[in-house]
Design a binder for this molecule. Structure first.
Ligand code: ADP
Ligand code: MG
Length: 693
C-alpha cells in the first residue's frame, strides 16, 4: 500500500528545507522562491551543504545541473561529490558548484547564432524548482545561458515570461486595490501516451528511429467501437499505472487521474496543477519516468504525437491560469461574473492577447509530429479560436451588444434516477473541439503535442498576456474612475476581438471557410506556421516584455525549423531504408514463392487452376514496381534539398517530401494486406495495438 508520507521522498522540498537549513537561510531561500526576490548568493554555501547531506542520505554520490536546451529534451552531466584529501576523499558540494555549472555545451542547437554567442554555455541554479535525487544523482534544476547572457534554453525565457506577467498583472490588481507579492501562472498538463509490448516494438525500425510507424495497414479493429475510452484497464496496464503513480509521487509529482484514452493502447495521466516552471520541470521528468517505468514492465511508452495512422494521436492539454501568492485566481469568475469588473477585464485581456498573437501561439505548438494531428479530425484544428461556454459567452455577448446580462443559471441536469443526487450541469466547456477553451477558472490550451516541452507555449502565453496587461495598465492608471474606465476598456476590447471567439464545433466543415472570412490564420504545418515568429510585431512583443532579444527570438524560430527539417529527413531516410531493404525484397520473395507454386502446379497438371496466384502475382508485381518508382522519386527529391538552408528546406519538406512519403506508405500498406504474414518484415498494427493484456 502506498503511504502518503512517501510523497515527495526524493525531493529537496519545503519540508526538507525547513528541517535541514538554518532558519535565516531557509527564510532567505523561501523569499526567492515565493516572491521572486533576488537570490542572496551568500546563502548558497549553506544550502549546498544541506542539499548534499540530504542527497547522500538518499545514497547520492553525484550531482548534476539539470537543464533544458533547445533539443526538446533535458540535459545532464554528472559530477561526483568527491574531493581528494591526501589518501582519502571528502564529499563536498560548494555554493559555487550549486549556483553555476560550466558544461562543455557547444554542441547543442543554437539557431545559427553559435558564432556570435556560443562561446561557452553556463548553467545556473533555478531555486524556484526543487532539486531531487534520482538514482545516485542529485538533480539541480537549472537555466542555461551563454557567457554573454543570451538564453540557450527553454527555462530562462519561461522564467522571464513569468516575471513579465507578474509585473504587469500586479499593476492591474493594484488598480483594484489588490496587493500581493507575486502573481504566478499555473499549469496542469494532461499527458497522453501509448503503451506497446517491448518485444513487438523492437522489431519496428520506424518506431525505434522516429517514434512513429511509417508503414502499417490498419488493424481490422480500430477505435470505432469507442470501447477503449475510459474502459477497464488491462492487468498489465494497471500494474504499469500503479508503478508509475508511485514513482511520480516519490518525486513529488501529484499524479491524480489515469484512464484509457480513445485509441486502443492509448492512455492518459493528469497531475494536479502547479506553478508553471515547476509544471514544466515535472512534466519533463514525468515523460522520462513514463518511459523508464514502462521498460520495467516489458513495455514501451510512446510519447510521439502520431505513432499510428488511422487512430487518434496523442496530445497534451495545457490548463493555464494566473494566481496570486495569496491564492486569488485571476480567472475565477466568482458567483456573479457580470458584476466582476476585474474578471471581465482579465478575460478581455486574454481574448485580445490570443487574437493579436494567434500566429505565434499556433507556431509555439508546431512540430513534425503535431502536424499529423492539428487539422485532422481528432485534435483541434490548426486555427486558433477561443471557446467561452454558455455562461461567459452570454456575458460577453451582452457586453458587446450593450444589453443587460441575463444570468444563465447552470442547467440542472436531472438524470431521472431517484436514488442519484441531482447535479448541476457544467456550464463551462464540454466542447472538446476548441483549441483554447475556458473551463471554469482556467483556460485549456489543447493544441500541444504529447511530447512537447510545455515551456514553449507557456512562454508565448505568458508574454502575450503580459503585453496586453501592460497596455491596459498604462491606459487605466491614468483613469479617475477605475470601474468605469475598466468597463469601457473591456467593452472596446471585446468588440474588437469578436472574431477569435467561436463556441461551435471546431471539427465541422463550415468552420474553416468561416474562419478564413474572419481573417483568422490557418497554418497547417510547421513550415508555414513558424515563420510568423520572424514578423516584426511578434519579435517586438518578446523584446518589449524582456523575454527574448531580437537575436534570441530569431534563433529559437530557426531552431524550430531546423528541428523540423531534421525530423522529416530522418523519417524519409528511415522510410527509404525500410522500403528498399525490407519491404521491396519481402514482396518480391513472396511473389517468387507464388510463381514457384504456379510452376509446381503446372508441373503436376496444366489443368490445375492458378488464377488466385496469378492475380496476386500481377497485382503485387505492379504495386512493387510502382513502389520502386516512388521510392526513387523520394530519394531524388530528398537529395535536392539543402538541409542547412532551413526556410526553403522546411517548405520542401512540408510540401514535397511529406506528401511523397504518404504516397509510398499507401502503396506499402496496400501490399501488406495482400502479402503473406510470414513474409511481411514487420509486426502488424494488430500486433502493436493488441499485444498488451
Ligand atoms: P478535465 O475535465 O479536462 O479532466 P479538470 O478540471 O479535472 O479537467 O482539470 C484538468 C487539469 O487542469 C488538471 O491537471 C488540474 O489540476 C488542472 N487545473 C485545475 N485548476 C487549474 C488552475 N487554476 N490552473 C492550472 N491548471 C488547473
Ligand atoms: Mg482536458
Amino acid at each position: 500500500m502506498y503511504l502518503p508520507d512517501k510523497f515527495g521522498e526524493n525531493v529537496f522540498n519545503d519540508d526538507v528545507q525547513k528541517e535541514r537549513l538554518p532558519k535565516d537561510i531557509y527564510k532567505a531561500l523561501r523569499a526567492t522562491i515565493e516572491s521572486g526576490s533576488r537570490l542572496d548568493v551568500s546563502i548558497a554555501g549553506s544550502v549546498a551543504s544541506a542539499m548534499k547531506n540530504w542527497a547522500m542520505s538518499k545514497v547520492a554520490t553525484h550531482y548534476t545541473h539539470w537543464f533544458q536546451p533547445f533539443t526538446g529534451l533535458t540535459a545532464e552531466k554528472h559530477d561526483s561529490f568527491i574531493e581528494p584529501e591526501g589518501d582519502h576523499v571528502i564529499m563536498r558540494l560548494t555554493g559555487k558548484s550549486l549556483i553555476v555549472g560550466e558544461p562543455d555545451a557547444s554542441s547543442f542547437p543554437s539557431g545559427g547564432s553559435r558564432a556570435t554567442y556560443m562561446a561557452r554555455g553556463y548553467t545556473a541554479w533555478d531555486p524556484t524548482s526543487p532539486a531531487f535525487v534520482k538514482g545516485t544523482t542529485l538533480y539541480i534544476p537549472s537555466i542555461f545561458v551563454s557567457y554573454t547572457g543570451e538564453t540557450l534554453d527553454k527555462k530562462s525565457p519561461l522564467l522571464k515570461s513569468m516575471r513579465a506577467l507578474d509585473t504587469q498583472a500586479k499593476r492591474i490588481l493594484k488598480l483594484f486595490g489588490i496587493e500581493c507579492k507575486k502573481v504566478s501562472t499555473t499549469v496542469g498538463p494532461e499527458q497522453e501516451y501509448f503503451l506497446v509490448d517491448e518485444e513487438v516494438y523492437e522489431k519496428r525500425k520506424d518506431l525505434r528511429l522516429t517514434g512513429r510507424t511509417l508503414f502499417g495497414a490498419p488493424a481490422t479493429r480500430g477505435q470505432e467501437l469507442e470501447d477503449h475510452y475510459f474502459g477497464v484497464l488491462k492487468p498489465r496496464v494497471e500494474e504499469y499505472m500503479r508503478d508509475l503513480d508511485e514513482t511520480l509521487w516519490s518525486y513529488g509529482i501529484p499524479s491524480k487521474t489515469r484512464h484509457n484514452e480513445v485509441a486502443p493502447a492509448q492512455h492518459e495521466m493528469a497531475p494536479v496543477f502547479s506553478t508553471t516552471n515547476v509544471a514544466v520541470d515535472t512534466n519533463m521528468l514525468t515523460m522520462e519516468l513514463m518511459r523508464k517505468v514502462a521498460k520495467k514492465h516489458g513495455l514501451v511508452c510512446l510519447l510521439h504525437e502520431k505513432p499510428f495512422e488511422g487512430i487518434n494521436g496523442s496530445g497534451k492539454h495545457n490548463n493555464w491560469s494566473m494566481s496570486t501568492d495569496t491564492g486569488f485566481n485571476l480567472l475565477d469568475p466568482g458567483d456573479e461574473p457580470e458584476n466582476n469588473t476585474l474578471f471581465k477585464l482579465v478575460l478581455a485581456a486574454v481574448i485580445k492577447a490570443v487574437d493579436d498573437y494567434q500566429g505565434i501561439l499556433r507556431a509555439s505548438v508546431a512540430s513534425a509530429g503535431n502536424d499529423h494531428r492539428l487539422g485532422a479530425n481528432e485534435a483541434p484544428p490548426a486555427i486558433i479560436s477561443v471557446y467561452l461556454g454558455d455562461q461567459l459567452g452570454a456575458l460577453v455577448d451582452s457586453i458587446v451588444k450593450g444589453v443587460d446580462y441575463v444570468h444563465v443559471e447552470p442547467e440542472k441536469g436531472s438524470i431521472d434516477v431517484p436514488e442519484s443526487p441531482i447535479f448541476p450541469k457544467d456550464a463551462t466547456d464540454r466542447n472538446r473541439t476548441s483549441p483554447f477553451a475556458f473551463t471554469g477558472n482556467k483556460f485549456e490550451f489543447r493544441m500541444l503535442g504529447s511530447q512537447f516541452n510545455v515551456a514553449d507555449p507557456n512562454i508565448v502565453l505568458n508574454t502575450i498576456v503580459a503585453e496586453v496587461f501592460e497596455e491596459f495598465a498604462d491606459e487605466l492608471e491614468a483613469a479617475k474612475d477605475i470601474e468605469k474606465a475598466a468597463a469601457a476598456l473591456t467593452e472596446k476590447t471585446l468588440k474588437a476581438h469578436q472574431r477569435i471567439i467561436f463556441n461551435l464545433d471546431g471539427y465541422g466543415p463550415d468552420w474553416e471557410p468561416k474562419a478564413e472570412k474572419r481573417g483568422l490564420l490557418n497554418n497547417k504545418n510547421t513550415a508555414d506556421a513558424v515563420p510568423v515568429f520572424f514578423e516584426k510585431k511578434n519579435i517586438d512583443v518578446f523584446v518589449n516584455q524582456g523575454v527574448y532579444t531580437e537575436a534570441e527570438a530569431i534563433a529559437r524560430a530557426d531552431i524550430q525549423l531546423e528541428n523540423y527539417v531534421k525530423t522529416i529527413n530522418i523519417e524519409a531516410l528511415t522510410m527509404l531504408q525500410m522500403a528498399k531493404q525490407d519491404i521491396l525484397p519481402a514482396v518480391s520473395d513472396f511473389v517468387a514463392e507464388l510463381c514457384g507454386n504456379v510452376a509446381a502446379k503446372k508441373a503436376v497438371s496444366e489443368s490445375i487452376p492458378c488464377e488466385t496466384e496469378k492475380t496476386l502475382i500481377t497485382k503485387l508485381s505492379t504495386l512493387n514496381d510502382r513502389f520502386s518508382t516512388e521510392i526513387a522519386k523520394l530519394e531524388m527529391e530528398l537529395s535536392k534539398i539543402d538541409k542547412e538552408d532551413v526556410k526553403p528546406a522546411s517548405q520542401a519538406m512540408a510540401h514535397v517530401i511529406v506528401p511523397q512519403m504518404a504516397v509510398i506508405r499507401a502503396i506499402a500498406d496496400e501490399m501488406e494486406t495482400m502479402t503473406s504474414a510470414d513474409y511481411w518484415p514487420y509486426p502488424s498494427y494488430f500486433d502493436l495495438l493488441y499485444s498488451v493484456n
